[in-house]
Design a protein around this ligand. Structure first.
Ligand code: SF4
Length: 507
């Protein structure tokens, strides 16, 4: 009888996790389970499945190297769900206790709680020390506040962890350089952008890629060019590559998009962070060190720190505060099914075609492609939030529910009615035109609101404002947009409505 079973989930690949710290290396058994059910629960991109499996298998090897006994249940073991695998392991090992770090997904934690209870095993769940802020600390911060504003949380985190602070004041005498983070590339484009470091698949990864191709042939996306970091050493190398080669321009161009340039100046380390191959403290330190050394400007470093110390922690706090009811929100009552081009990229709208193309090729698109093109379209077209969330969860390699759900349902779709974002992030074709060159290669005209070549984003934008005018009036941040809506006379508005209805009918 093993005294303890330490359950390590696919997004908990931290060799210094609190569950491992609390267990005795020479007595406990580490349990890792590959479950086909998890790949199908969110209809996952092939690269997402491959990344999880490869990183898990590397992690198991590393733990064995550290002296742990690892009971690794591969796909061939046939566990349809994690619960099956846990029950089976409890029956085989008959442990005194099961330990784990809290799951990143409410559903998974429920499933494991139930499995252990049914199998009669004690379950000890440890706080996830990967994050700067624990769930309890966030709940305390949120308690009694009418609205949760990320900016205030972020300032508290900066002070608490003494990041980019000088004599009690924010470095540069400003908390936020958001305005300096909205540059576009102009007519000539970004020019030569240093491409992110990609990692040649080793024998373990090559085995996984073959297996994913055979077992999950109908899943979306392509495995070609798979180069994600799958070990802590590779994650560290990816971080270093970003900090030295792209961070200096990251701040200025973080909202910009360009056809054929999926990576631009972005870090590309979100998957490594979310699988816990990389500690966010390490990433924050590396960026701040670059600023200290004069190698990166403050607006770039602050923008990066805001994403990690502010947004990422805030989103996780909101997820655990609001689940499980949060997943069911549908503020605007939208119920249109996903168009097929979400799965194949086959659409005449060039901005969407490019963003879906990047997504299907790499399992990745940067945050403005996700938020202001795909998410914006999903909101304006009235797509059912839960279908959109399922798509985002399965299609991006870095998606784990705690981060994906509030970002999609809250930030992109405003389906939570404003828990996460203070307004719906909707924009017409003019925004996409300003921030990218997508419109140059499009059959539609971003400047038109009527006629056969009117940009669908324009039709849908004004149609959305008109349709939800009453609800939106309550939001002071929508005042300007609604004022512009008032300028449209009835005939023009009717024309837009008819154009939008015609477009939506063909989806
Ligand atoms: Fe997208 Fe409209 Fe520009 Fe075409 S014209 S790329 S649909 S924003």
């Amino acid at each position: 009888m093993a005294p303890e079973l330490v359950l390590v989930l696919g997004d908990q690949l931290d060799r210094r996790s609190p569950a491992l710290d609390a267990a005795a290396c020479d007595e406990a058994v580490v349990l890792m389970i590959e479950s086909a059910g998890e790949a199908a629960h969110a209809w996952s991109h092939k690269q997402r499945i491959a990344l999880f499996l490869s990183a898990m298998r590397h992690h198991a090897e590393a733990l064995r190297g550290d002296g742990w006994t690892v009971d690794y249940q591969p796909l061939q073991a046939g566990h349809d769900s994690l619960a099956d695998g846990v029950c089976d392991a409890i029956a085989r090992h008959r442990p005194q206790r099961v330990r784990m770090v809290e799951a990143g997904e409410w559903r998974v934690q429920q499933m494991i709680d139930r499995a252990c209870a049914e199998a009669g095993a004690e379950l000890q769940v440890h706080d996830d020390s990967h994050f700067f802020c624990s769930r309890e600390e966030f709940a305390r911060w949120a308690g009694g506040r009418k609205q949760l504003v990320m900016e205030y949380f972020y300032r508290d985190m900066r002070k608490r962890f003494d990041v980019l602070m000088e004599n009690g004041r924010p470095a540069g005498d400003a908390w936020n350089f958001d305005r300096a983070n909205r540059g576009s590339f102009g007519r000539h484009g970004p020019g030569e952008v240093p491409t992110p470091l990609r990692f040649e698949p080793d024998a373990i990864t090559r085995g996984v890629l073959d297996e994913v191709e055979k077992r999950f042939p109908g899943h979306p996306g392509s495995l070609e060019g798979f180069g994600w970091p799958v070990t802590p050493a590779e994650a560290e190398a990816a971080l270093k590559d970003f900090v030295t080669r792209r961070l200096p321009s990251y701040g200025r161009y973080q909202d910009a998009m360009w056809q054929g340039q999926p990576w631009l100046y972005h870090a590309g380390i979100s998957a490594a962070l979310n699988l816990k191959l990389l500690d966010p403290r390490r990433a924050v330190d590396a960026a701040v060190t670059a600023w200290d050394a004069g190698d990166a400007p403050l607006e770039a470093v602050e923008g990066f720190v805001r994403q990690l110390l502010g947004w990422r922690e805030f989103i996780r706090g909101v997820y655990w505060l609001e689940m499980p009811a949060y997943a069911r929100h549908n503020h605007f009552g939208h119920d249109r099914p996903l168009p097929s081009f979400f799965w194949n990229g086959d659409t005449e709208l060039n901005c969407l075609r490019q963003c879906f193309g990047d997504t299907l090729a790499n399992g990745y698109a940067h945050h403005i492609q996700r938020l202001m093109v795909i998410g914006n379209f999903a909101l304006l077209a009235g797509l059912r939030p839960q279908a959109v969330c399922d798509w985002f969860l399965g299609i991006y390699v870095d998606a784990v529910e705690w981060v994906e759900l509030p970002n999609t349902l809250g930030m992109a779709l405003h389906a939570d009615g404003g828990v996460v974002g203070t307004k719906p992030y909707v924009a017409s074709g003019a925004y996409i035109k300003r921030m990218s060159n997508y419109c140059d290669g499009c059959r539609f005209d971003s400047g038109k609101r009527s006629g056969a070549d009117a940009c669908p984003f324009n039709l849908l934008y004004w149609n959305f404002l008109a349709q939800h005018r009453e609800t939106l009036t309550a939001n002071p941040r929508m005042r300007l947009a609604l004022k512009n809506l008032e300028r449209l006379d009835d005939a023009r508005l009717e024309e837009i409505r008819a154009g939008a209805a015609g477009f939506l009918a063909k989806l």
